[in-house]
Write a protein that binds this ligand. Structure first.
Ligand code: ZN
Length: 475
């Protein structure tokens, strides 16, 4: 059975010819996985899914799309949380899957770089790099299926951003196919390069609206010689902030994670993830997960961690703490943090906020956002966790126990507006690490300075005059 299509069959055949019939999916069942996303909020039928294998093929696809005005939706591992990788409901868009472009083209260990194609799965890259005794520090809950092209297109963040930056900071060069089909080969390995405008940074974080990233030069780092992971109960978000400052002061760049979470999401994980164990016998309101990585030795990492926690206990910021004694224990603690999004799903409807504020403002943000959330919907359960060291919180709200899910979700917009208004008072961002996609497009236009959105539109018009690249996303 064929998918509903507005695409002329003769034109579909011209597209299919470029990649070969086997890699041009038209059957509804084959297309289905490309048209649903993790949250189930977006998605529609696609006219065709094309799976090119080379940059040349991508170039020919976009050239034809440009000539015929056919909309193209680039897609990586399909783990995006804002609908940026989804076709619309018209059935006339083509999904361009980069999955088959999954080669690692080159390691350059003297320059500490790897050149990888867009479809390389993040975890595969991490493993290949580790086998060369190096580290690629981007780390996300979805790393088993997300892909490098998508990571760059959405400027992914995650836990490691604290020490190593976001995907943008990890990229030295790009190969991009422009909407016209032209290829911009900018696969340079240079840390220092001031040759005019920084074009690659236009495409990073653009969510596939300005062109298609087909390959990238990524930075590698030395593997840590010692790593320590600790879980600590803290008295309050202010105590967590003081502990973060102390950890930063002691460990500097060796502080590779500092995560903050409430007891509520931890309870969800303990309740819904079968093998999970509580870190402490007692229940506490607030927790942090700290990771220290030493370039020198295991002993160095250990003593840094002991100093940080020792100071925390002495000052009364830390109520209880546990340092992982084995790799397996560290993995167990990590899973408590990483399982929070998944476990929250089991508690019914969830209203999400992916926000960032200056680190120093986190305690006050939490206090004020908690108040407005209860004003919008008394009894709602705030599920706050995130990357404290980056000022980035996943400030989610679960439905009150027993409430109808649809009734709860009818408060989505009001809740978003109230929480984001608090974010703005701190000069924060309502889109910290997940992007804009379709989910936040209207809000971007409504809340950002007119000159900024106008400039974005002018850039889009210049690079994509036919408007074929991922229409309806970002701007
Ligand atoms: Zn996150």
């Amino acid at each position: 059975m064929n998918a509903p299509t507005m695409l002329d069959p003769a034109l579909a055949s011209r597209f299919a010819e470029i990649v070969g019939e086997r890699h041009a999916l038209r059957d509804e069942a084959e297309i289905a996985p490309y048209t649903v996303e993790p949250r189930g909020l977006f998605g529609g039928p696609a006219a065709l899914v094309l799976r090119p294998c080379t940059t040349e093929e991508v170039s020919r696809i976009l050239g034809l799309a440009s000539e015929t005005g056919t909309p193209i939706v680039p897609q990586g591992g399909n783990t995006g949380l804002v609908g940026g990788q989804m076709p619309d409901s018209t059935g006339g868009e083509i999904v361009l899957s980069l999955s088959r472009m999954n080669r690692i083209r080159e390691f350059d260990l003297s320059s500490n770089t790897v050149t990888a194609e867009a479809g390389v799965v993040l975890q595969t890259l991490q493993q290949e790099v580790a086998a060369k005794d190096r580290l690629f520090p981007l780390s996300l809950a979805s790393e088993g299926s997300c892909q490098i092209g998508g990571n760059l297109s959405s400027n992914a963040g995650g836990i490691g951003a604290l020490a190593y930056g976001t995907a943008r900071d990890l990229c030295l060069g790009l190969e991009v196919v422009l909407p016209t089909g032209e290829i911009l080969d900018d696969l340079r390995k240079l840390k220092k390069d001031n040759t005019g405008y920084d074009l690659k940074n236009l495409f990073i974080g653009a969510e596939g609206t300005l062109g298609v990233i087909t390959a990238a030069v990524l930075k590698l780092f030395p593997k840590a010689k010692g790593r320590e992971l600790a879980w600590a109960a803290v008295a309050s978000p202010i105590a967590a902030l003081r502990l973060f400052e102390a950890a930063n002061d002691r460990a500097g760049n060796a502080l590779t994670a500092f995560e903050l979470m409430e007891q509520t999401p931890l309870n969800f994980v303990l309740k819904h993830m079968p093998a999970s164990k509580p870190p402490f016998a007692k229940s506490y309101l607030w927790h942090v997960m700290i990771e220290v990585s030493s370039g020198r030795s295991a002993e160095d990492a250990q003593s840094l961690m002991e100093e940080i926690l020792g100071q925390g206990l002495e000052k009364g910021w830390v109520a209880d703490a546990v340092i992982a004694q084995t790799v397996a224990q560290a993995a167990q603690l990590r899973r408590l943090r990483e399982g929070m999004s998944e476990a929250q799903k089991m508690e019914g409807g969830s209203i999400k906020h992916d926000v960032s504020v200056p680190v120093a403002a986190i305690p006050e943000f939490i206090a004020r956002a908690g108040k407005v959330a209860q004003e919008v919907l008394p009894g709602c359960r705030v599920v706050c966790f995130g990357h404290m060291g980056d000022g980035n919180l996943h400030y989610n709200v679960s439905q009150p126990v027993g409430m109808d899910k649809a009734v709860f979700l009818s408060h989505y917009k009001a809740m978003n507006e109230a929480v984001h208004a608090v974010v703005r008072t701190f000069g924060g961002s309502f889109s910290a690490e997940h992007g804009i996609g379709r989910l936040k497009r209207e809000e971007l236009v409504a809340t950002q300075p007119a000159i900024a959105t106008d400039l974005m539109r002018r850039l889009k018009q210049t690079l994509d005059p036919k408007g074929i690249m991922n229409p309806g996303k970002v701007i």
